[in-house]
Ligand binder design. Structure first.
Ligand SMILES: NC(=O)CC[C@H](N)C(=O)O
Length: 237
């Protein structure tokens, strides 16, 4: 079975082409979904990619969360469809209420673009099963509103249920003057989280830009896309 992965394009999305390419690298068919679509073409999983949907007006992800296609994604996600939000996609999934918490302005109020080390903590979600627990991966990070926040009870629940996908552990350029292992002040160094059933997941840095050593910085990002293929095969068996 070739898995069909839907990749949404909103006005202002940037990373849909790379997300579709990453799906193809994982031997999936990438299916283009447009923000105005009212159905999701019977795809097996959905990636909500990065960028500046609707120009980040109001709050990053706020307007996209109300787009017609998101109504279909929210319904399907509640029925168990695997959904993965990357960066702006993470912001959209929080705004849509599919994941708890919010992404706010980076602590130093600057756009940050750098290669970022992460530690993978959850290896049972639909999007992370290919990783070893504690694996350290290097993938690009680029955002202005990347600081994950939630109230203490939500953070405790996420940690208690093993729903922190990954944490920030360092920059690829530790000698840089503004070096901090945690780039944006995200609470408890959280770089990604997932739903209680592990099917809806999101990450602030960009795995879809790190799938081929030729273009670098690593191919560490491919594991997210290979994981969902394993998940879909298991569900189909
Ligand atoms: N790379 C992205 O997806 C950017 C996300 C968002 N627009 C921000 O700057 O925070």
């Amino acid at each position: 079975m070739t898995a069909r992965i839907g990749v949404i394009t909103f006005p202002g999305t940037l990373d849909d082409v790379d997300a579709a390419r990453a799906a193809r690298y994982a031997d999936c068919e990438a299916v283009a979904l447009w923000h105005a679509d009212e159905d999701i073409k019977a795809v097996d999983a959905v990636v909500v990619p990065g960028g500046f949907s609707y120009g980040d007006y109001l709050r990053a992800g706020a307007i996209a969360s109300q787009a017609p296609v998101m109504r279909a994604v929210i319904d399907a996600a509640r029925g168990g469809l695997p959904v993965f939000g990357i960066c702006n996609g993470f912001q959209i999934l929080c705004e849509a209420g599919l994941l708890p918490g919010a992404l706010v302005r980076n602590e130093r109020l600057r756009f940050i673009c750098r290669d970022q080390w992460l530690k993978i903590e959850n290896t049972s979600s639909a999007w992370t099963s290919r990783f070893e627990a504690g694996a350290e991966i290097l993938i690009p990070l680029k955002n202005a509103e990347g600081r994950y926040v939630a109230d203490a009870a939500v953070l405790d629940e996420l940690e208690g249920e093993g729903r922190v996908l990954a944490r920030y552990i360092g920059s690829a350029v530790p000698q840089a003057p503004d070096y901090t292992a945690n780039p944006n002040g995200a609470l408890r160094d959280i770089a990604g989280i997932c739903s209680a059933d592990g099917r809806v997941a999101a990450l602030m840095p960009h795995p879809e830009h790190a799938i081929d050593p030729l273009t670098g910085p690593t191919d560490d990002g491919l594991g997210f896309f290979l994981s969902v293929v394993d998940h879909l095969q298991k569900v189909a068996a």
